[in-house]
Design a protein around this ligand. Sequence first.
Ligand code: ARG
Length: 247
Amino acid sequence: MKKLFVCALLFGLLASVPAFAQKTYVNGIDSNYPPFAYVDEKTGQPAGFDIDAMNWIAKTMGFKVVHKPVAWDGIVLALANKQIDMIASGMSITEKRRKMVDFSDPYWEVSRVFLVPADSKLTPADILSKPIKLGVQRGTSEAEAIKQEQKEKGYPFELRFYESCPLAVEDLVNGRIDAALMDSLPAGDAIARGKAVKKAGVHGEPDQFGVAIRKGDKELRALIDEGFRKLQADPYWKELQAKYLSK
Ligand code: ARG
């Protein structure tokens, strides 16, 4: 009994010494970006491809991770300001973001699609040549890209900005907008959830997803890059894809 107590005491003491305690990193997520990151309706807990991947990596690499919902528009600032330590939440690696944060190696590639109501006849060419209403999520790489394209090419659409992709999908279904531009996986997720929408076609170049970390945070970057290499060589990687990314 006494031995046990001493062991427990020793263990407790050791765990409180920084060199032995596992570091905890806060992952900022968009809680409304299925299938990569979202809050599960049933459990109320963060869920998704990026959440499970990061939990596996943390366990394998010996650190702790907690997932904290943060508004997407401003999430990069939250990282720079140390409110969070990383963003593993379907974030595209962009030159603009690179000015403020560093990125892990890319771990996924996504194409961008136009999503339209299920009964719509709009083609991508129509969307770019008619005065329609086009929805995008605020603060995304696709919002930046399409704004820039519109400026250069004078497209006649009116852009509408949303806090999340599911909110844009709701307005598509209600007829408040004619089309939405988003990554193909959240679009596929909306279709799989039975929303009356369909993909009208791909637009632009694919994006690479990476985990954002604070500038110069080499320690965490190494843990994440090494963690992804291990994960990608593990059968769990295929399992995760089948669970989340097969739509
Ligand atoms: N391509 C987009 C970006 O990186 C996806 C953004 C949406 N991701 C998210 N978790 N909301 O900006």
